[in-house]
Design a protein around this ligand. Structure first.
Ligand SMILES: *Cc1c(COP(=O)(O)O)cnc(C)c1O
Length: 386
């Protein structure tokens, strides 16, 4: 039996356990402590952010971000449609409604022209959204400049969901540092992990202070327990922040390894008819958190599902590209601006095993299975036509 090859698994470095041991030795087993403070500072240094608050998940960070920019019940929030559901779920936690925006073909991320048009027509009828959530998908930045320009023109705060793009840049600066608030995730499958966790960054110190306040049950300054607002229990554990500090030290190595995976896949599969890799947009540097490709069934001789199932038979995990949120049953009835590009990417797109801990043999096995599907079908076609 072949050893399983998974999509994206945790990859610890040499110092995480030491930091965790420090937490135990000093009895800081709590959702506050020196590791939390240090992790926030070190993280901000790495991404070039000014202020950061560590929280229990990326989803919690988005929830707080939306509330901090004033999203309330009955509001609308624009959001990328091609993404994981966690980008939009917190919109509904606040009683607001998502309006989804389709992708462009150059980055697979939010199409800035569609955003401009949608904001223009909303401005005309006086129904502008309260916020825009832009997602940087699979390690690649969206085209931030025109998106930010559109938001600024209409005075709408931009929230960057950089959960999948830690380590990626746009025009030389980290994704997540351009908008009013940026959020990151340290879930187990992300480029670095604390097993679970998230971060919220902003240039505005007041926002981050308010985020910490809301994340600790909104406790007023008083010796007794007093609360004038509804808060949450969203802070990151000091133990997990220790893991995060260790992981931060190897972030650049993890990025390099994932970019290398992409190159090896491209060398091995790029020449097969019908295979196209997710393009790397010229405006940024992708981490290739996941290597994604599309399969044109006509040219390739098999469709995405045939390839995925053949890989699964060999104990290799691959996944379809995100199902667009406007197609999710739970968001039935929500408006979507465009939609054809993300639907096509979902139909034909496949994410390959992409962990920074994959070996050359692992990568070669994946390549061999996919190439095998291609050549088998070629052969059958030749037989059929002769
Ligand atoms: C993983 C992810 C999140 C959520 O992060 P969690 O830490 O798992 O809550 C949000 N958005 C995107 C695009 C993600 O991939």
């Amino acid at each position: 039996m072949n050893k399983p090859i998974l999509l994206s698994t945790p990859h610890m470095g040499n110092y995480e356990l030491e930091f965790v041991k420090q937490a135990f030795d000093t009895n800081w087993i709590a959702p506050v402590g020196p590791h939390v403070d240090a992790f926030e500072q070190e993280f901000c240094q790495v991404v070039g952010a000014v202020h950061g608050a560590a929280v229990s998940s990326g989803t919690a960070a988005i929830h707080l971000a939306l509330q901090l920019v004033g999203v309330q019940s009955g509001d609308q929030v624009f959001c990328s449609t091609l993404t994981f559901i966690a980008s939009a779920n917190p919109i509904t936690y606040l009683g607001a409604k998502p309006v989804f925006i389709d992708s462009d073909r150059t980055s697979w991320n939010m199409n800035p022209e569609l955003l401009w048009e949608a904001l223009q027509s909303r401005a005309r009828i006086g129904k502008l959204p309260k916020a825009v959530v832009v997602v940087h998908l699979y390690g690649q930045s969206a085209d931030i400049d025109p998106i930010l320009a559109a938001c600024n023109h209409y005075g709408i705060p931009l929230i960057e969901d950089a959960a999948e793009s830690l380590g990626a840049t746009y025009k030389g600066h980290s994704t997540g540092t351009y908008g009013r608030i940026g959020i990151y995730s340290f879930n187990g499958n992300k480029i670095i992990t604390t097993s679970g966790g998230g971060m919220l960054v902003s240039q505005d110190e007041e926002l981050i202070t308010k985020a910490r306040f809301l994340a600790t049950q909104a406790r007023d300054r008083a010796p007794h327990y007093q609360h004038s607002e509804i808060g949450y229990n969203y802070r990151l554990s000091n133990v997990l922040a220790g893991i995060g500090r260790g992981q931060l030290q190897v972030l650049s190595e993890r990025v390099a390894a994932r970019r290398r995976n992409f190159q090896i896949y491209q060398q091995g599969l790029g020449k097969l008819a019908g295979i196209k890799f997710m393009p790397e947009a010229s405006f940024g540097k992708s981490t290739h958190w996941l290597t994604c490709l599309t399969i044109d069934p006509q040219a390739f001789g098999a469709d995405r599902e045939q390839v995925r199932l053949t890989l699964a038979k060999q104990q290799i995990e691959s996944r379809p590209v995100w199902k667009p949120l406007h197609l999710q049953p739970v968001f039935a009835g929500c408006e979507c601006i465009g939609g054809g590009v993300s639907e096509d990417l979902f139909t034909r797109g496949l994410c390959l095993p992409s962990g920074s801990n994959l070996t050359d043999e692992d990568l070669e096995r994946v390549i061999q299975v996919i190439a095998g599907v291609y050549y088998k079908n070629r052969h059958n076609q030749t037989l059929l036509c002769c």
